[in-house]
Design a protein around this ligand. Sequence first.
Ligand SMILES: Nc1ncnc2c1ncn2[C@@H]1O[C@H](COP(=O)(O)OP(=O)(O)O)[C@@H](O)[C@H]1O
Ligand SMILES: [Mg+2]
Length: 211
Amino acid sequence: MEKLIRKGAEASIYLSKWFEFSAIRKERLPKPYRQKSLDDAIRTQRTLREALLIAKAREAGVPTPLIYFVDPKKAEIIMQNLEGKRLKEIFLEDGIALKKKLAKDVGMMVAKLHSAGIVHGDLTTSNFIFNNNKLFLIDFGLASQSTKQEDMGVDLKLIKEVLNSAHHNNFQKLYPQIVAGYEEVAGKKRTRKILEVVSEIERRGRYARVE
Ligand SMILES: Nc1ncnc2c1ncn2[C@@H]1O[C@H](COP(=O)(O)OP(=O)(O)O)[C@@H](O)[C@H]1O
Ligand SMILES: [Mg+2]
């Protein structure tokens, strides 16, 4: 009755059930090249961290899936299934009004996350789901607790990069909306600081994705 819907490098995603609720089961896969006891410990710890940060993000006002159940030993999280399109699909559709609104939501969500001392680590348009007229953020597999501007800048740089490559035609319209949303929550001063980090990363011509 479970259905595998995605097999990534880190995790397998199953469409499942939690009692009567439609659910997603995310299971972190063993890495055969790592010593087993070390691998178990890493998967357990990352699973707990992901579940914790999904919950903390929601407390900070960022819509995330409800966590139904966590099994640290099996390295799995059972969470609310958010039906709907991913932002990636929406940004490839025609029309601009909804896209602009959602880009602003992205900015506000990221600023709320950062204000709560969380960096996401994988801010791509595949990790936002538009469900019931509301944008949700998923996939906290690379998220961490940080209040460093450098880490926040890396977050913003990644989403900017994704817009510029996968959604190039809309970049000029959407990126300013993200910045405007960020500024509405974080204020001018903090936003300016983060944008300076983004520019600096661009000047350096490389950026590190933090694990
Ligand atoms: N709670 C959820 N509700 C609906 N779909 C989800 C949910 N979690 C994951 N997915 C789907 O599975 C894909 C992969 O999940 P994700 O957590 O992003 O893992 P990965 O680390 O492999 O990117 C997502 O892009 C999304 O399509
Ligand atoms: Mg993902």
